[in-house]
Design a protein around this ligand. Structure first.
Ligand code: HEC
Length: 153
């Protein structure tokens, strides 16, 4: 009897492990939604990821100094540590390096339905979106610019 119970317990622990493993996998590896056709050709201007002037402007936008209605830091945190529940951790290269420039540009432009992430295409110019991306990109690299070549299509 005791042997049988033990066997059951092992089996249940095994299935719990498989289930949680599967869930972790689903969370890490869930494919990103495809970039809509109208955004597929949007690409970071040459040198834009590391251009000091672009990054400086991006920082001001991010912090809400350019337009008080655009304050990325109010949710994503001053240093990329999310302050609003559910906002992506911008310090994690697993997030930053998963996004193509087109994907990233699209998400900032249109936002994400049913989340606090609203689109900014009416409050930011395309150039400003590239700048804020260049700034955001640094969070995953200890606050230093990098060319985002960690992204592999
Ligand atoms: C009101 C809060 C809020 C503000 C302001 C905000 N975000 Fe977000 N953002 C979120 C949340 C929440 C998510 C995660 C949405 C989800 O569940 O996928 C997110 C996701 C993102 C993502 C990840 C996209 C993805 O598909 O995973 C990027 C990039 C991003 N935000 C950039 C920005 C930038 C740049 C700004 C400022 C121009 C900004 N956000 C302003 C709340 C905000």
């Amino acid at each position: 009897m005791a042997g049988r119970n033990f066997g059951m317990a092992v089996m249940m622990m095994g299935s719990a492990l498989i289930l949680s493993g599967g869930m972790a996998f689903a969370e890490d590896e869930a494919p990103l939604p495809p970039v809509p056709a109208e955004y597929a050709d949007k690409h970071m201007p040459a040198g834009g990821w590391t251009d000091p002037k672009a990054i400086e402007e991006g920082e001001q936008i991010y912090k809400g100094d350019v337009n008080p209605n655009v304050n990325c830091g109010s949710c994503h945190g001053k240093d990329g540590t999310p302050v609003k529940k559910g906002a992506r951790d911008m310090r994690d290269p697993k997030n930053i390096c998963r996004w193509s420039d087109s994907f990233w540009f699209w998400r900032i432009s249109e936002g994400i339905a049913k989340t606090k992430m609203k689109g900014f295409k009416n409050s930011l110019t395309e150039e400003q979106i590239w700048h804020v991306m260049a700034f955001e990109n640094m969070f995953s690299n200890g606050g230093k610019p990098h060319d985002h070549s960690c992204y592999k299509p």
